[in-house]
Each structure stands twice: as structure tokens, then as C-alpha cells.
Ligand binder design. Sequence first.
Ligand code: HEC
Length: 164
Amino acid sequence: MLRFVNLSRALALAGVLVLPLMVPQIAQADPRGKAENADISRGRYLATIGGCNDCHTPNYPETAGKVPESAWLTGNSVGWKGPWGVSYPANLRLSVQQHSEDEWIALASSPLRPPMPWFNLREMAEPDKRALYRFIRSLGPAGQAAPLALPPGAVAATPVISFE
Ligand code: HEC
């Protein structure tokens, strides 16, 4: 009996010693995959707290965020009407497919129609912008392109939220 206890203790101890040695080996086996996963989680976090879903995901504000991730960032056909005309939150799931990472980052930080807060996004640290792009790309393409923006004074065929 005493022997048995000692054996199981010895095994448990060996487990404790071996496990920490194994973990770094597993991590080293696929360092790129690990960095990618970290980027994707960070991108998901940034998209959530950065409010991207508020405009780019249908029904997100109305349901207090209870929209499955499969429908996130697919754009919105409810327009925003103001002195700039009518703008539609783009389908980011499609836009990341059409642009390389660098192109998308430049696009997301250059002047866009209101109410897109491009001036806030411009200030985001570059690694964070890359993480956002990688997260959105990881979701895959989905949905339809948002309607094209309209010039000032044009009448929209879709529902609009009016700033006027
Ligand atoms: C208040 C609403 C609103 C919020 C919040 C918002 N957007 Fe937008 N976004 C828009 C609108 C409207 C457009 C279309 C602008 C235009 O037509 O010039 C747009 C356009 C874009 C574009 C250009 C895409 C293309 O393919 O033309 C990118 C990229 C983008 N948004 C990224 C983001 C990201 C990332 C976030 C979160 C950090 C975000 N947006 C938050 C409303 C919003």
C-alpha cells in the first residue's frame, strides 16, 4: 500500500514537472498560429469596444449586441442622411476581401462620409488596426454590399436616419 501511494505520488510529481516543460514546446511548434490567434481575439475585442458593430451590423444597437458573430459587420442598408447626402455603413466583411491589409488600413484612416468616425480610427495604433483587419477577415465574406452613397439632396430609396 505504502508502495502504491509512493508510486502515484511519484507519477503526480513527474506530471507536475513534465507539464511545464511541454507547454513551451507546444507553443514553439506553431508560433505564427499563436500570434494570429492573439491578433484575432484582439481584433474581436477592438471591434466590440470600438463600436464598429453599432453601425456596420444590422440590429446590433436595437438588440443590445445580441447578434451572432456570423452576422457581424455585414453592412447596413439604413442610410444616414445629412448635408453630405446619404451614406451607408459599408459591408466590412466584403471590403476586407477586396483590399490588402495595408490598403484597408489606409482606407479606414482616410476621410469618409459622416457619421463614420474615421478620425478616431486614424488614431488607432497600427498593430491594433492590423488585428481588426485580421479579425474581420477571419469571419469570412458574408452578406451583400451596402447601397452606394448618394450626393447631397438626392432622395434615398431606403429607410434613412436623418441628421437634418
Ligand atoms: C456611427 C456609425 C459608424 C461607426 C460607429 C463606424 N462606422 Fe465605419 N462607416 C460608417 C459609414 C456610414 C461608412 C460609409 C462612409 C462613406 O460612404 O464614405 C463607413 C465606412 C467604413 C469603412 C470604409 C469601407 C469601404 O469599404 O468603403 C471602413 C473601413 C470602416 N467604416 C470601418 C469601421 C470600423 C473598423 C469601425 C469601428 C472602429 C467603424 N467603421 C465604425 C459608419 C460607421
